[in-house]
Design a binder for this molecule. Structure first.
Ligand code: NAD
Ligand code: AHE
Ligand code: ZN
Length: 369
């Protein structure tokens, strides 16, 4: 079938709106009509060419919501008309990782996903007879996509697509990092570096669990008001701090953060996030994605003296199990999404949406088909 897509033909170039061809679902696959998709910083990162898994031409986008319109043979858990959220971290419930219950990093289809292909090693998308690659197994910058059944979370029918698409990445990553990965407890002091689409969800996760001080760090002063609305108690703009930001944060937290989160993708900030943690027990969680070739460093003494460094993908959430619950939290008013979606646009304006992100003028831009 013909579908409308924003195609990334080349790294570093704007997306191009084109009609591309999409083959129907094969064994274990599902055809989904994408109703809305968020623009995440990771899409921008891959488009920039800095992602070692970036492969072109491709249809980017991984933060969507839509409706099942057809199922291939062997599909057991989904049917036409089901409302779904695509999962870049699938949940097969059978692989070593899923059955370990120690991680959400399902390995069932990771190898082909990283090559822009479906699990059988082929692409469903093509343009002028040549393959166009999938992205993170999702490709939500097309109004229809094909996905493996294990990479779709079935959600309730009354959830608005233009809001819950954000649960497909940013909301779950931020809140999940607090709840599932760091397991922050009530009364803890938390420091969050980067108050964008992810960091603001870390802030609201910290408020949900009853954290005491919730300190946000960002160089964009415009982020302060929204972060306070989501639970931030103290704002630190490194550009306005005299002296060392780490020393400032240690003082503000009365000895160091119990938990810190890096939500930018900047290795200097990753180090600061670790080093502002409390001696003996502080845990720092890396969420930000840094470009190929970048490395983190610190004095090993920081770890010897009891700080711990870890990372999280998709907030540690098991997609098919946890995403429907997070949708319920939104529908029940337990979490807030609407104020974070600052811009809604048609697919034709997607490049403008990325420009807004680059200029720090949007928090989440959402394309509605
Ligand atoms: P974003 O662009 O919306 O937000 C980034 C924020 O960082 C902005 O508010 C910006 O002002 C701030 N910032 C930039 N430089 C800074 C500095 N030097 N000091 C302090 N603040 C600074 O991006 P996002 O969508 O929130 O994504 C954040 C990061 O998380 C990206 O690297 C993205 O790729 C990554 N990410 C990771 C996962 C995961 O599963 N691990 C999931 C989603 C996104
Ligand atoms: N291909 C990238 C990997 C980037 C990355 O770390 N992705 C996160 C999700 S970011 C969503 O916005 C993730 O889930 N990682 C785990 C995985 O298996 O990819 C690179 O830099 O190599
Ligand atoms: Zn994302």
């Amino acid at each position: 079938m013909d579908v409308r897509a924003a195609v990334a033909f080349e790294a570093g170039k704007p997306l191009v709106i084109e009609t591309v061809q999409l083959d129907g679902p094969r064994y274990g696959e599902v055809l989904v009509e994408i109703k809305a998709t968020g623009l995440c910083h990771t899409d921008k990162y891959t488009l920039s060419g800095a992602d070692p898994e970036g492969i072109f031409p491709a249809i980017l986008g991984h933060e969507g919501a839509g409706i099942v319109v057809d199922v291939g043979p062997g599909v057991r858990h989904l049917k036409k008309g089901d409302h779904v959220i695509p999962l870049y971290t699938p949940e097969c419930r059978e692989c070593k990782s899923c059955t370990s219950h120690k991680t959400n990093l399902c390995t069932a289809i990771r190898a082909t996903q990283g090559k822009g292909l479906m699990p059988d090693g082929t692409s469903r998308f093509s343009f002028q007879g040549k393959p166009v690659y999938h992205y993170m197994g999702c490709s939500t910058f097309a109004n229809y996509t094909v996905m493996p059944e294990i990479a779709l979370a079935k959600i309730r029918d009354d959830a608005p697509f233009d809001k819950v698409c954000y649960i497909g990445c940013g909301v779950t990553t931020g809140i999940g990092a607090v709840l599932f990965t760091a397991k922050v407890e009530a009364g803890a002091n938390v420091v969050v570096f980067g108050l964008g689409g992810i960091g603001l969800n870390v802030i609201q996760g910290a408020r949900m669990v009853g954290a005491d001080k919730i300190i946000g760090v960002d160089i964009n002063p415009e982020r302060e008001a929204m972060a306070r609305q989501f639970g931030m108690t103290h704002f630190v703009n490194p550009k306005e701090i005299e002296g060392d930001v780490v020393a400032h944060l240690i003082e503000l937290t009365g000895g160091g953060a119990d938990y810190s989160f890096e939500c930018v993708g900047n290795t200097t900030l990753m180090r600061q996030a670790l080093e502002c943690c409390h001696r003996g027990w502080g845990v720092s969680t890396i969420i930000g994605v840094a470009a190929a070739g970048q490395e983190i460093s610190t004095r090993p003494f920081q770890l010897v003296t009891g700080r711990r460094w870890q990372g999280t993908a998709f907030g540690g959430a098991r997609g098919r199990s946890d995403v429907p619950k997070i949708v319920d939290w939104y529908m029940d008013g337990k979490i807030s999404i609407d104020p974070l979606i600052t811009h809604v646009m048609p697919l034709e304006q997607i490049n403008h949406g990325f420009d807004l992100m680059a200029r720090g003028e949007s928090i989440r831009g959402v394309v509605v088909y």
